[in-house]
Structures are given as C-alpha cells and as structure tokens.
Design a protein around this ligand. Structure first.
Ligand code: TMP
Length: 213
C-alpha cells in the first residue's frame, strides 16, 4: 500500500544514513520503497538545488529562496512523488514541506501562513502520512555536519552551515513546535546515540505507523 513518509531534522541529524537503514527495514517487510529528497529528486529540481545550495549564491534573498524551494517541490511532486504513490510504492523523502516552515519560516522569519499557502500550491494533495523528525541539540548537529564536510568536502552543503548557530537553534525549535501542532503525523525521534540505536527507534515508529492500516 502506498505511503508517503518524510524525514526532517537539522544539519547533522543523520537523516541520510537513517533513510537508507529505514528503506532496508521496510524492504525486508516486503514494501516497494522509493527514496527521494528535497530540494531535488528530479533533473529540474536538482538544477534548482544547485542554485539554492551553491556557496557562491550568498546574495539570494529569503523570498527568492522560498520561491525556489516551492518551484523545486512542485516539479518533484508531479514528476516523482505522486506517480510513485499512484504506482503503489512507499515513498521516503529526505525533507519536504516542514523543512520550508522550519528553515524559511522559523529560521529566516518569513510568514508561516504564506509558506503554508505556497506549500499547498506546490504539493496539492501530496501530503505526508508520517513525518519523522530526527532531533538533537543544534550545536551537536552542526559540529557533526562540519566534521563530515571536512571529510567529504561536499560543495552543496556549504551555504547553510556557514549560518550562525542561532539560525539552527530557531530551526530546531521550529521543528519541535510543528510537531506539537500535529503530534499524530509528526513523530520526534531522539537522534543522539549511534546510528544503530537511532535506527531502532525509527523502526519501532515505522512499525507502529504501518500497524495503523
Ligand atoms: P540537506 O542538507 O538535507 O540535503 O538539505 C539541503 C538544505 O536545504 C538544508 O540546509 C535545508 C535546506 N532546505 C530549506 O531551507 N528549505 C526547504 O524547504 C528544504 C527542502 C531544504
């Protein structure tokens, strides 16, 4: 049965590792899993990702940034997410609409109602059934993300991790506030401990969710 599950969290929360582990867990249960991510997930949205995350684009103003995230999402929904759900796949998406509320809304201070409207325009009826928020203190996350960058020297990670720690604190608190508003859809998973421990918490949550059918 088609399900749409999104993963959220601040930088360094371990989403990428955990999505791969969750996909393995779900495949072993017999689900056909599609993994995708935002911004990106299809060629046009990947081109928008390049603009959004390139360190040279520091001059991007928050409104332009917001509109680019929305544009990338509209394309991704129509080309990847909706078709995969219609074909009966279980879709795991690394970041989605809550990221825009957390980063552009709580982080940058843009109007949350306006973002809700843009999210609705971009995704239509493609709303997540479950959102897993990997939570950890913002300074721990940033330290982890910076360490990873030194190792992998990933160009597209650059822009956000140069931001002040305060921004990431607002983003983290934003996620927690969003989760309080929608406790059934949004589950907060402590992302402290090793990858295996976090994966176990996630698997328990996924089992509960799939058992709701
Ligand atoms: P990633 O590090 O998970 O690949 O995400 C890329 C960056 O994009 C990350 O810093 C969060 C940011 N982002 C937003 O600011 N708003 C959004 O709507 C999305 C999807 C991502």
């Amino acid at each position: 049965m088609a399900h749409f599950i999104t993963f959220e969290g601040i930088e360094g929360s371990g989403k990428t590792t955990q999505i791969a582990l969750a996909a393995g867990f779900l495949r072993r249960l017999g689900y056909s899993v599609v993994i995708t991510r935002e911004p990106g997930g299809c060629p046009i949205a990947d081109s928008i990702r390049e603009i959004l995350l390139h360190p040279d684009n520091n001059a991007l103003v928050p409104r332009a940034e917001l509109l680019l995230y929305a544009a990338a999402r509209a394309q991704h929904v129509d080309q990847v997410i909706r078709p995969a759900l219609q074909d009966g796949h279980l879709v795991l998406c690394d970041r989605y609409t809550d990221a825009t509320l957390a980063y552009q809304g709580y982080g940058r201070g843009l109007d949350l109602n306006l973002i809700e409207q843009l999210n609705a325009l971009a995704c239509g009826d493609c709303r997540p059934d479950l959102t897993l928020v990997l939570d950890l203190p913002h300074d721990v996350g940033i330290a982890r993300a910076l360490q990873r960058n030194e190792i992998h020297d990933q160009v597209d990670e650059g822009r956000f991790e140069q931001e002040a720690l305060d921004f990431h604190r607002r983003v983290r608190n934003g996620y927690l506030e969003l989760a309080l508003k929608e406790p059934r859809r949004m589950q907060v998973i402590p992302a402290v401990g090793n990858a295996q421990q976090v994966a176990e918490r996630l698997s328990n949550c996924l089992e509960d969710f799939l058992g709701r059918d």
